[in-house]
Write a protein that binds this ligand. Sequence first.
Ligand code: PRP
Length: 212
Amino acid sequence: MTENNRQMISVALPKGRLGDQVYEMLAKAGYECPEIKSDTRKLIFVNESVGIRYFEVKPTDVVKYVERGAADVGIAGKDILLEYQSPVYELLDLGIGRCRMCVAAPKGWHEDQERTLRVATKFMNIAKNHFDQKGREIDMIKLHGSIELAPIVGLSDCIVDIVETGSTLRENNLEVVEEIVPISARLIANKSSFQFKTREIEAMRDALAAQI
Ligand code: PRP
């Protein structure tokens, strides 16, 4: 409990550029914790006077902390939520971190419908669901980064990946073949935290919503 009888909220904050943007929104919404900006290797930052505790985690790990209740809320990209299908509440689209999940391939590529399509991606479930819906048989190749390289060197026919500015595709002579889904950052909550800390979590959601 804080001074105002409010319960503390733990927030899983994604490290990196998106996390910096999200923290600025949270700070403006009344959840400041200046220590977070200091040059430190610390991973937990607390400001008891406003009832907040931040954990700095890898963006792909945010859902794990929230799903298992180690953090009450978190900020995760819609790509991660779709990929992991986590049983968490999605409370708000923050309208930042906007990009698109796309199928992309070398410029001028023509799909051979007679052959199994080789797809390189980090997003196995998103890719599988997308091609399942089309009834298209695929051979999926799981990679962890530099996905755009795969079709250039013949490891795959196409990729399923995030396109933000489009420069990675352009600079590698690839193009979007199909857009799968628009992506942006979402405020998510652990289901039981939301029951036990409804007032605090809704106050955070509303304060963030007011900044969009
Ligand atoms: C992401 C994504 C694309 C790139 C898209 O990669 O996988 O490669 O950003 O951004 P753009 O459209 O603005 O060029 P990230 O930087 O996370 O690196 P990695 O996937 O290669 O590790």
